[in-house]
Every structure is written in C-alpha cells, then in structure tokens.
Design a binder for this molecule. Structure first.
Ligand SMILES: Cc1cc2nc3c(=O)[nH]c(=O)nc-3n(C[C@H](O)[C@H](O)[C@H](O)COP(=O)(O)O)c2cc1C
Length: 184
C-alpha cells in the first residue's frame, strides 16, 4: 500500500472507547464538522445534519435513553443488555463530545460518507472516535424524537449513528480485516 498522510490516517484509525477529560477545542470540532460536510453526496443534495453535543447533561441524557432502549428491545444479544444494566454504563464512553449524525431515509448513504470523513479528519488531528449504531437507538422512541429536536435536528431526519470524539486514552490493536475485493 502506498503510504501518505491520508492512507496513514485510514490505516491507523481505531475505534476508541476510552477518552481523557480534555475537551475538544472549538477549532478541532469545527475542522471535523467542516470535513464532514466536504463529503460527496448524491447530486450534492447534502441530506444530512450533525449535532455536536458537548454539554455533559445532554450527553448523559443520550446515554440514559440508549440504556432504556437497549433494556426495552427484545432480541438483542444478552451481552448488550448486561452492559446496559451496569450502573457505570455510559453509551458515550466518557467522550467529551458526541456527534449525532442524522438524515432523512433517502440521505442515509450520504450521511455515512459524512461520518467517515469526520472520523478520518479526527484521526488526522490526533483525536479518537467510535462510530456507534447503538447511540442511534436512543432516538427511536418519542422521548428520543423530542431530544433530537432539542439537538437542532431538522424535522424528517432520523438518527443514523453517533460518533464519540475526544483525546484517546487507549491505543487498541488493529482489528483483522479480510481481503474482500478482487482485481479482474
Ligand atoms: C455502522 C457502525 C456501527 C457501529 N456501532 C458500534 C456500537 O454500537 N458500539 C461500539 O462499541 N462500536 C460500534 N462500531 C465500531 C465497530 O465495532 C468497529 O468499527 C469494528 O469493530 C472495527 O474496529 P476498528 O474500528 O477499530 O477498526 C460501529 C461501527 C460502525 C461502522
């Protein structure tokens, strides 16, 4: 593989689930969000919205709703329910910022591209991230929909995923990848 700043960021990124208390600076946050919005989108329709949550009370509210959703949902792996029952459970892994990515149903692919741009931009700044499908579960019920509104998410957009963001407090090994491609 050819190595340069971009391929290094791609190769060195890991999902980070432990963070230091250092807040994400305004400049870092703006850079990550701007890089998100530089992602391509179908006919440049940019059908996405990101709410960057740095308010600790709101982060706690998201975590509490996610816990409620996990405990209420049937057919989830028992390990997820066990984790949610832990009094120390924090869906946001103690990250100082959580990005809530939202989109209308037809904008989900665009929102995924925006998400990956943000994650790689964060990596290039020395910040850690973890994309979380579970955080999106917090926004499924009525309380979650009300919270989405409070986060400034436009009508018609549902939560696609959460992205925890902050200074990493762990350095996990790379997870294995299969060579799922061909050159014909
Ligand atoms: C769509 C999506 C949803 C994910 N949801 C979660 C999640 O709910 N909780 C979690 O801890 N990690 C979540 N992850 C992170 C994956 O577990 C992680 O990307 C995968 O194990 C590979 O590890 P790596 O990111 O360190 O390469 C998610 C990743 C993606 C792309």
């Amino acid at each position: 593989m050819i190595r340069n700043e971009v391929t290094d960021a791609i190769a060195e990124r890991r999902s980070i689930r432990k963070y230091t208390d250092r807040p994400v600076t305004g400049e870092e946050l703006k850079t990550v969000l701007e890089c998100g919005t530089l992602a391509p989108s179908g006919m440049n329709t940019q059908q996405w919205f990101v709410s960057a949550v740095v308010d600790p009370a709101l982060r706690k509210e998201i975590s509490a709703l996610q816990k409620e959703a996990v405990l209420a949902m049937p057919d989830l792996p028992p390990v997820m329910k066990e984790r949610a029952k832990d009094p120390a459970f924090d869906a946001t892994f103690g990250a100082p910022a959580v990005l809530i990515v939202a989109a209308p149903p037809q904008g989900v692919s665009d929102a995924c591209l925006l998400t990956e741009n943000m994650v790689l931009a964060a990596q290039s700044l020395g910040l850690g991230t973890c994309i979380s499908g579970s955080i999106a579960m917090a926004f499924q019920g009525e309380k979650g929909k009300t919270l989405l509104k409070k986060l400034g998410v436009p009508e018609g957009c549902g939560a696609v995923c959460g992205v925890t963001l902050g200074e990493p407090a762990e350095a996990p090994e790379a997870k294995p990848r299969e060579k799922k491609y061909t050159i014909i």
